[in-house]
Design a protein around this ligand. Structure first.
Ligand code: UDP
Length: 332
């Protein structure tokens, strides 16, 4: 029996594929390689190149392999871009999930672990944010993820689907060893941008807004190590397999760091000078996002192991310094 990993060649999905193999499970990867990298996939993974929105393609995957459970990572995931291109986000994210659920239900596959986001909360009324907080996305990205969660809820009632939706806060870091890591083009995420500046690949980092209502004026985020994040996914698969009910969990470290604090931590880890510039706010960015992850700890038994910002940045730095050009055609 296999686990289908949709979007398994992306940054987060590829970490799931490696951890599934570590645990002796058989990952079957679907990815359209629009932003994913074939080189991130280990030899033991079965790979089908194609788009989740392509019904016939997805039907064939379910026909060819005996899939037991699904992990869904495939989505556009940039807040700023989503504000500029909302329809692209609805098409890829909402319609993509619709086709996945249709083909899962047709194939009689019931369990899905889904990658959701803190962006569903919008500008939170209180931090830390619990799963009971109101949802009020500030961007099409957050709206589409919320719509995807609701689609699964209704499919549970109508078709017996069972889902665990994991609302990620800010994911960073890399698998220790430096074989896989974050490689986006263009890169928009804070940690890789800071590290590219440390490597001299870019001139510096622009802080996007210094007039937020936070102690140093820069946005506060909750950074979670990608390896800990994926460990929660594997626990969620296990939980569903044992008959646990559908549910939603936040995944974060429960600690917040400002953009300026992250730059300082990266200077400590890398020993490099990192030039900083002031920039305008980015559309759709809330001032402060910090998770309460108590529910995931209590219900799934999850315990983050590498999630302090120095370890997270150190593991990311290991990847970036060993692979300054990212995957760049490399085969592993
Ligand atoms: N950020 C920044 N400069 C950059 C990229 C990001 O100041 O070049 C800030 C951004 O405004 C946000 C935080 O860093 O407050 C994290 O942004 P990222 O894009 O990594 O994740 P997001 O919070 O959008 O999921």
């Amino acid at each position: 029996m296999s686990v289908l990993v949709v979007g398994g060649a992306g940054y987060i999905g590829s970490h799931a594929v490696h951890q599934l193999l570590d645990q002796g499970k058989q990952p079957v990867v679907v990815d359209n390689l629009l932003t994913g990298h074939r080189e991130s996939l280990p030899k033991g993974a079965v790979f089908y190149e194609g788009d989740v929105r392509d019904r016939e393609f997805m039907r064939n995957v379910f026909k060819r392999k005996r899939i037991r459970q699904v992990m869904m990572f495939a989505a556009h995931s940039l807040v700023g871009e989503s504000v500029k291109k909302p329809l692209q986000y609805y098409d890829n994210n909402v319609f993509g999930t619709q086709v996945l659920l249709e083909t899962m239900i047709e194939a009689g596959v019931r369990d899905i672990v889904f990658s959701s986001t803190a962006a569903v909360y919008g500008e939170p009324e209180e931090v830390p944010i619990t799963e009971a907080a109101p949802t009020a996305p500030k961007s099409p990205y957050g709206e589409t993820k919320l719509a995807m969660e609701k689609m699964m809820k209704w499919c549970e009632k109508a078709h017996g689907l069972r889902y665990i939706s994991l609302r990620y806060f800010n994911v960073a870091g890399a698998r220790p060893g430096g074989l896989i890591g974050e490689d986006h083009n263009p890169e928009t995420h804070l940690v890789p941008i800071i590290l590219e500046a440390a490597l001299g690949k870019r001139e510096g980092i622009t802080v996007l807004g210094e007039d937020y209502p936070t102690p140093d004026g820069t946005c506060i985020r909750d950074y979670i190590h990608v390896e800990d994040l994926i460990a929660a996914h594997l626990q969620a698969l296990h939980y569903l397999k044992k008959g646990g009910p559908s549910d939603i969990f936040n995944l974060g470290s429960s600690e917040g760091f400002s953009v300026k604090e992250m730059i300082e931590a990266a200077r400590d880890v890398t020993g490099k000078d990192i030039p900083v510039h002031s920039g305008e706010r980015r559309a759709g960015d809330p001032a402060r996002l910090i998770a309460s992850s108590e529910k995931a700890k209590k219900v799934l038994g999850w315990e983050p192991k590498r999630t302090d910002i120095h370890t997270t940045i150190k593991d990311a730095w290991n990847w970036h310094s060993k692979n300054p050009q990212g995957y760049g055609g490399r085969l592993i």
